[in-house]
Design a protein around this ligand. Structure first.
Ligand SMILES: CC(C)(COP(=O)(O)OP(=O)(O)OC[C@H]1O[C@@H](n2cnc3c(N)ncnc32)[C@H](O)[C@@H]1OP(=O)(O)O)[C@@H](O)C(=O)NCCC(=O)NCCS
Length: 327
């Protein structure tokens, strides 16, 4: 069962540092002040120290003890520029261009992770998803063995049993229309992430069709992807293509695909594209009373995550804990 207590316990055993790229945003300052009251996750705020102190005072948050790093006077900037040029070699980046790029907190913060100054990063309170994720794609890059960075949401709501109901949904935020092979990779990563949150994954590749009931290229893509994923992850229960009702409702599953072990009981959902995924998780969030945690980026070499620009301080705090615990 998912609970923040477990993640905090992981961090208490091995405290981490997390970079916030929007150091003077009041929601970040509130979350940072809460983190500073504990000892398991140390915030690094990117920005001008005077401006951050003034913003914290105005908003009424105590951020004493927070590390503040300003790209304008960072003592290791020359080293950072050199490493940046090395990482972007072949892209024709000059040291002057690197310096300009690194004056932006999203790139600067990402390089702090790359240089090991921090373990993880959380941005996107004001930056768009693309502007938060792009520096990570370019500088942190995909893990060995992965071909793409993808994402999932962990969806949580209280169940009648008193325990939380926890689902995983991928990829609702990064890859616009994944290929069959990319869907296989997304499924493997999403299932692995689901396990971290206490889910015993049963993976459904979603479609408008259940095992050939509907015709079309997209249904074929999901069926082929499910077959490839079953071959690649023989220990993971996987089914597809499945309509959502066949995936979650045992009665519908008994009619549409009797005897299938995943159908009717799926808890890890792979969407055909970002349209269906993004709309799908938001329907669960807004109409199904699920709390949505994410997008959690999958397949990166270091944990970096993106906030929604509409986030509140409580969401910043919980995403910071999730991000750092993944480190
Ligand atoms: C992820 C995303 C931002 C990348 O967009 P982009 O920066 O315009 O993409 P580009 O094609 O210019 O690629 C930029 C770099 O990232 C890499 N990249 C792009 N997508 C990638 C992926 N899924 N995995 C790994 N690397 C990727 C590219 O190879 C490229 O690297 P390079 O500069 O070293 O050559 C884009 O896919 C996107 O906008 N997705 C939707 C995001 C969104 O709006 N979500 C909804 C809100 S949650």
């Amino acid at each position: 069962m998912f609970g923040f207590g477990q993640l905090i316990n992981i961090l208490k055993k091995d405290p981490k540092k997390i970079v916030f790229t929007e150091g003077n945003d009041p929601r970040i300052l509130e979350a940072a002040s809460r983190l500073l009251a504990g000892t398991f996750l140390h915030p690094i705020l990117v920005g001008n120290a005077d401006e951050i102190a003034a913003a914290a005072e105005e908003a009424g948050f105590n951020i004493r003890g927070a590390e503040i790093i300003d790209p304008a006077n960072y003592e290791r900037m020359d080293e950072m520029i050199e490493l940046f040029c090395e990482l972007r070699k072949g892209k024709g980046v000059t040291p002057e261009q690197a310096k300009e790029t690194l004056s932006h907190a999203n790139y600067f913060g990402t390089m702090l992770v790359k240089m090991g100054v921090a373990d993880s990063l959380l941005g996107g309170a004001t930056y768009t998803t693309a502007d938060t994720v792009r520096p990570a794609l370019q500088l942190i890059k995909t893990k060995p063995g992965n071909t793409i960075v993808s994402s999932c949401f962990i969806m949580v709501r209280p169940a009648a049993t008193g325990e939380n109901e926890v689902l995983a949904m991928g990829d609702c935020a990064i890859n616009i229309r994944p290929t069959e092979d990319e869907l296989v990779e997304i499924a493997g990563e999403t299932a692995a992430c689901a396990k971290i949150f206490g889910v015993d994954p049963k993976v459904a590749f979603l479609s408008y069709s259940t095992f050939g009931s509907g015709k079309g290229e997209d249904a074929d893509r999901m069926r082929h992807a499910a077959e490839k994923a079953s071959a690649k992850f023989p220990d993971l229960p996987i089914a597809g293509e499945l309509q959502f009702d066949a995936a979650v409702a045992p009665r519908v599953a008994r009619t549409k695909c009797p005897g299938n072990e995943v159908a009717g009981h799926a808890n890890t959902f792979i969407f055909p594209d970002i349209n269906s995924g993004n709309i799908g998780y938001k329907i669960a969030q807004r109409l199904g009373n699920f709390e949505a945690y994410g997008p959690i980026l999958l397949g990166l070499n270091a944990p970096i995550n993106d906030l929604s620009r509409g986030c509140n301080a409580a969401e910043v705090y919980s995403m910071a804990i999730i991000t750092a615990a993944l480190a």
